[in-house]
Design a protein. Sequence first.
Lengths: 192, 192, 192, 192
Amino acid sequence: MREYQKDKKEAIINASLKLFTERGFDNTPTSMISQEAGVATGTLFRYYPTKEDLINSTYVIAKDRLARAMTVGLSKEKTLEDKVRLIWGNTIRWGLQNPQELLFLEQFLSSPYITRITEEEAMKKFAFMSDLIEEGVTAGKLRDIHRGLIFEILFSANRAVIRKISTHGLERQTDELIDGSFELVWSGLSRS
Amino acid sequence: MREYQKDKKEAIINASLKLFTERGFDNTPTSMISQEAGVATGTLFRYYPTKEDLINSTYVIAKDRLARAMTVGLSKEKTLEDKVRLIWGNTIRWGLQNPQELLFLEQFLSSPYITRITEEEAMKKFAFMSDLIEEGVTAGKLRDIHRGLIFEILFSANRAVIRKISTHGLERQTDELIDGSFELVWSGLSRS
Amino acid sequence: MREYQKDKKEAIINASLKLFTERGFDNTPTSMISQEAGVATGTLFRYYPTKEDLINSTYVIAKDRLARAMTVGLSKEKTLEDKVRLIWGNTIRWGLQNPQELLFLEQFLSSPYITRITEEEAMKKFAFMSDLIEEGVTAGKLRDIHRGLIFEILFSANRAVIRKISTHGLERQTDELIDGSFELVWSGLSRS
Amino acid sequence: MREYQKDKKEAIINASLKLFTERGFDNTPTSMISQEAGVATGTLFRYYPTKEDLINSTYVIAKDRLARAMTVGLSKEKTLEDKVRLIWGNTIRWGLQNPQELLFLEQFLSSPYITRITEEEAMKKFAFMSDLIEEGVTAGKLRDIHRGLIFEILFSANRAVIRKISTHGLERQTDELIDGSFELVWSGLSRS
DNA sequence: AATGAATGAGCATTCATTCAT
DNA sequence: GATGAATGAATGCTCATTCAT
């Protein structure tokens, strides 16, 4: 309906992503999704037998897109700091360009759905982050505190930057803010 | 029902707080709230004409409780660093003791409801934080970057610590983690 | 809607009885029942939380009405034969006057619902029949075969008479057919 | 799917018979039937344009099987009583061995579908019974009451016996119960 | 003010049927 | 003929909200 979709399954996921982020899971009827996707109500249930299945599938897709965006150009970087800096910037830029997908992912942090989805599984896609952190701690470059905590702080601070930029319309200063916030976070995380 | 309530209005808010945090907004019927509060269904709507009104009122209450908890003992501290450190620890301890209320507040960060509630109003209660940050920047103790960004990073890192502790059952090491994470954050924020 | 109903619960049962017998359980939407009863869709579910609950309640009511109709005037009769003859006639006349209720009851014999309803419980209302049969066998008036079988044969033959009369429009000869069929069945059941 | 089927049409009927009896008409989706039959959903509708058509066809087949089973060995019997006795026993044994098919047939007695199927047509297959009854009445061996009534009583008593045996697990006493119930019914029907 | 029965729009899901391949 | 993806009307049930008592 919106645009030609290769197949209906993809159209449904795209519509879900859009509507779930705009309206929240529970405020988005499946009928609205199928309409937005340009398919019949029954078609949605052929591919996703349950609304919950649809939510979970959408989550996995979104998480995957984020993980891909974060690592663009990663292999070119040499030092640990440069790698983290690249990821830092990639993530912020992706978040600014895909605010809905990011918002959608955040819904899971505080929703009952989070328990139903294997945290483990979702985290596999971010193994590259865990690896980097482990490498940094081992090499004595990062503070020797709970690895998961470093991970969480990085992520949450990153989201904070995105939120601040988009909420206050600071897109013009994006590059400065990326750099400034990275220095701040990096100097906090790295061994003094 | 649960305990003797001064008046029905309070009973309703308490029931809301409990149920919303346990089950989420959309999964909590107003009928369940009125039952938990020990009042008739109609009574709830006398005080809160709309479910949305109830959600917003509950939000304000919870936010207020958080703000109070954060500032306990604040007047005793002298230096900026000590004040922020106190707030940092207060927040984490409160979050660990009131996980549901915290979760409830976080629901708003990514829910469509956030747009409906005056961000301004909610933020007034945290004026003490803004003041501290302003003071720190002015005095040259904190990095001179966007004030709101400092605020957001502080908050999000704080939540990250809480989440990590409760998710991984690290309550025993709470004090160390509070201290360690504060050093990390503070060294990031402060002027080198 | 149809007529003034003392209370909604009764109106719903009456509508159910009518529609279930006319259309079958599965071909009768709850919305149609509530409409026929002149209540809102939600009201039906206040009284009967599930369609199945409604079906079962309707069944119990109908069974009860039948049991009452069967025993009208029973205390006046003296001999076993007269008692059974009275019940025989009562049942046929009630069946002819309430064809839908009878049909409704028969639906249970061949429906999956029968397993869900305590056969025992339903049978309690017909204890007077079991007692009569037991009395007859003990007194040597009835053949000494499986009591339940006598019960079943009586019932099914009775229904056969009703069905035949109403299917073939033999209402004019009702009295003769009642008598004739009773003689037939009685001479079969009684000890020669 | 189950076993090799000569043609799809037969496979569909067999699947219908099985599933309709196990689950009832309305609780059996056509998709389930086509799956059980090992054909595509569309194929079913090539042979039976409507679910109702399929139900009716299945009914006719089942009725035919019953009629055949009832008359096995009938030509060997000489007297009227022996013929009826044979049919009596044949029917009970078939019913015990094919409880689901019998249940399926009974569904029609009290279902709205009965009006849609030509009673006449279904009855043609039981002409042998009508003939026997007519013969008996004419010869003065059976009571001179409404022929159809005799037919109905015979059938319903017969089903009552089957039901009683299978409900109470009396299979061991099948032969006695067949004989006992036949004596009972026959002495009722025959001219004293 | 308080009550809770009543309301009816709204929702997730099912399924008989169609039709392009 | 055969297939099975697609359709969309229909259904059981929920729940925010109203209002007579």
